[in-house]
Design a protein around this ligand. Structure first.
Ligand code: FES
Length: 119
């Protein structure tokens, strides 16, 4: 297994269009929050920081999807993001997206590619 991969969680903990998993990464000497969600079978991860102001998105720990289960939503002012890209789709993100992290699923476990943290 590649040395740059870090185990985040079991894949079963990341629910399709449902509850995600929060984790932390070390970035430029700081511990910053991040999360992984599952959408259309794939896993996607982002820094847990809204593009509007640097607030965490989830309204309850791990709850990132809106009621439609099609979009990620910021709990503060309702900015909407595409689950598979983090692109801003509406609201106060005003064209700015979430910052992505690269994750992959191997043998039912979700790994973070740590080389992407400071990218
Ligand atoms: S802090 Fe996220 S929309 Fe304002």
């Amino acid at each position: 297994m590649a040395e740059n991969l870090r185990l985040i969680c079991d894949g079963s903990a990341v629910i399709e269009s449902g509850k995600g998993v929060r984790f932390s990464v070390e970035r430029y000497g700081r511990t910053v929050p991040a999360f992984v969600i599952r959408y259309r079978g794939g896993v996607f991860a982002y820094f847990n920081e809204c593009a509007h102001v640097p607030a965490q998105l989830d309204w309850q720990p791990g709850e990132f999807f809106d009621d439609s289960k099609l979009y990620l939503i910021c709990s503060i002012h309702g900015a909407l993001y595409a689950p598979e890209t983090g692109r801003c789709l509406g609201g106060r993100c005003q064209g700015r997206g979430l910052k992505p992290l690269v994750v992959c699923e191997i043998n039912g476990q979700v790994f973070l590619d740590q080389e992407t943290i400071n990218g």
